[in-house]
Design a protein. Structure first.
Lengths: 233, 390
């Protein structure tokens, strides 16, 4: 059944490089893979392997020099900055290592932010925000600022922000990197729970124990895919 | 994202750093309030002077006679003959001087004007009791006088001065009328003087000829023509001697005053503009710092879907709100300072609404202009760069 619907992510021969001191530094080359709806993928690689650059590409924060990237059937490389912003807003929920919550806003306001940029009317917004916060178990911490929350709670707020707009893809960059192992497990459990609810999740990590919890692991080294385990494609 | 959300965000950011926001606004606050206060003092003073000048009458020409040496002067009859010039409505010649007045034990120096009956209409200066100087008084050089309210109080207290006599340089004059109170004009107090028949004054003050003539024209528009005709007549009389006479027109003085005021307003506007400009640079400076400090925030916002326009608007609204808020505080302070100056000093202050609106509008404008560079810098940040920054 999953094979019939078009893939959520379709990357073909993606390549990227930077010009540094006049020389081309290749960061990614010949990356091709597909991710279907509902998958739970971990992209693993040591630092400097190019996984962060790949995450920027997948998250539409940057555009690759070569190859094609179709997200939900849309060719990302052809889009303007503003269109990319809309894609990020509607298709992707980001979860960062450093949480990246806005310190002056409450948990509620942080979760609300992507919906404000999407021009969702106030009533609907309130409903989605409260629902997402309830889903991560923070309904009683809604009006706390990030500084009044623990690391694990902050990351759960970030997760709530990522899912508030119900994007098809959740993109997590080392989501447990800044947490102790106990809260790290909590956050990973939350991610699995979300995957069980049907969210497509890609986790970028260098930590094998985190990657092992995903259903599929893509290993990257020196800018190339060296292993794709558990692929359903 | 709509404007309301941008305003909410700007408000959170401004309220989140109160001291910094206030210091940022200070330049604008000082600029706006000083413009309003300075202009209110300037305009208050100007309108005070204008009122007094207008009180002198804009249809009047004042001719001061210096004479040509000691031989040629203008007699009372010659002065009255000026009334035949076309466009002249009335002529009021005056001989003025100062006398020592005495009544009982009260002894004081008083200014005295010898007048013709036409004085009443030309100067619009009437008696509140008794009668005016009439032609008969002049014909017979009668020793009668009209007394000003202030002088009456000095010499007669609460008594009715009419019918009483007063000693002027030793001669007895009978008071026949009490003048109405007119207050001070630009030249002198109108209420502390005596008016006597001009013919009496000519002999009594030992004056050869008329000292000054007030000429009332029929129509203000004709004032220049009448002035030229007067000059022609007087030049002939004084054989073109230099400085034999001068003609003063209150309209001319009003015009001079108005052009002076305009220059003053322009200068004030310039100073205001400069101070607001400096305030604007202060805002730009802080906004640039704020953009650097909030690079990561901008990155996060962009990652979760803020468009360039959203970021641009957020920072523009913030800088405009800072300057606009500063402007509002400045208006409040300006009104307060003007009121205080008006209350505690002799200066008159008039806060002008157009100036308030202009100053406020300009402060908003400054916020928009100087917000553009920082806002544009923020909007152009690339999300991957902004997210990497701490």
């Amino acid at each position: 059944m999953a094979a019939i619907s078009p893939p959520l992510i379709d990357v073909q021969n993606l390549g990227h490089g930077y010009r540094m001191a006049g020389e081309m530094m290749t960061v990614l080359s010949d990356i091709s893979f597909q991710v279907r709806h509902g998958e739970f993928v971990a992209i693993i690689g040591p630092s400097g392997s190019g996984k962060s650059t790949l995450m920027n590409m997948l998250g539409c924060l940057d555009v690759a020099n070569e190859g094609t990237y179709l997200l939900d059937g849309q060719d990302i490389r052809k889009l303007s900055d503003n269109k990319l912003a809309t894609i990020r807003n509607e298709k992707i929920g980001f979860i960062f290592q450093q949480f990246n919550l806005l310190p002056k806003l409450t948990a509620y306001e942080n979760v609300e932010l992507p919906l404000i940029y999407r021009n969702v009317p106030h009533k609907e917004r309130k409903k989605s925000v409260e629902e997402s916060l309830r889903l991560v178990g923070l309904e009683d911490r809604m009006h706390h600022r990030p500084s009044e929350l623990s690391g694990g709670q902050q990351q759960r707020v970030a997760i709530a922000r990522a899912i508030a707009g119900s994007p098809p893809l959740l993109l997590a960059d080392e989501p447990t990197g800044a947490l102790d192992s106990k809260t790290g497990i909590e956050v990973m459990d939350k991610m699995k729970e979300l995957n069980a609810l049907g969210h497509t999740i890609i986790i970028i990590t260098h930590d094998l124990s985190i990657a092992e919890q995903a259903k599929r692991v893509i290993r990257i080294q020196d800018g190339r895919i060296v292993e794709d385990r558990g692929s359903r494609a | 994202m709509n404007l309301l959300q941008s305003i909410k965000m700007a408000w959170k950011s401004i309220a989140g750093a109160k001291i910094r926001s206030f210091l940022t606004m200070l330049g604008i606050i000082i600029g706006v309030s000083s413009v309003i206060t300075l202009v209110s003092v300037g305009q208050g003073t100007t309108s005070q002077i204008t009122d007094q000048l207008e009180g002198l009458g804009t249809d009047l020409l004042t001719v001061n006679i210096m004479g040509r040496g000691s031989s040629t002067s203008l007699s009372f009859e010659e002065a009255m003959a000026l009334g035949k010039i076309e466009g002249v409505k009335a002529v009021s010649p005056v001989i003025n001087g100062s006398v020592t007045a005495k009544k009982g034990t009260v002894n004081d120096s008083l200014s005295v004007e010898g007048i013709a009956p036409s004085y009443e209409e030309v100067q619009d200066f009437h008696v509140q009791a008794g009668r005016y100087i009439i032609d008969m008084d002049n014909e017979f050089r009668m020793k009668v006088a009209l007394i000003g309210t202030e002088a009456a109080e000095t010499f007669f207290g609460t008594d009715n001065p009419i019918g009483q006599t007063i000693q002027l340089n030793g001669s007895s004059f009978k008071i026949v009328g009490l003048l109405e109170s007119k207050g001070s004009s630009l030249t002198a107090s109108n209420d502390n003087k005596l008016l006597i028949p001009i013919a009496t004054a000519e002999r009594f003050l030992q004056s050869r000829g008329v000292r000054s003539i007030t000429v009332q024209v029929e129509d203000t528009k004709q004032i220049e023509t009448v002035k030229a005709l007067l000059e022609a007549t007087l030049d002939k009389k004084f054989q073109n001697a230099d400085n034999a006479y001068s003609i003063f027109n209150s309209q001319e003085m009003l015009d001079t005053l108005n052009s002076t005021t305009q220059i003053l307003s322009l200068a004030l506007g310039g100073i205001a503009g400069i101070s607001l400009l400096v305030g604007g640079i202060g805002i730009m400076n802080i906004m640039l710092v704020s953009v650097s400090e909030r690079t990561r925030e901008i990155g996060v916002r962009k990652a979760i879907g803020a468009k360039k326009r959203d970021i641009l608007m957020q920072f523009m609204v913030e800088s405009t709100a800072l300057s606009g808020f500063g402007g509002l505080i400045g208006i409040g302070l300006g009104y307060g300072a003007s009121a205080l100056i008006g209350h505690y000093s002799s200066l008159t202050t008039t806060v002008s609404l157009p100036i308030v609106l202009i100053a406020f509008g300009f402060s908003l404008f400054i916020g928009i202009i100087f917000g553009m560079i920082p806002a544009n810098k923020a909007a152009k940040l690339r999300p991957i760069y902004a997210l990497r920054t701490d």
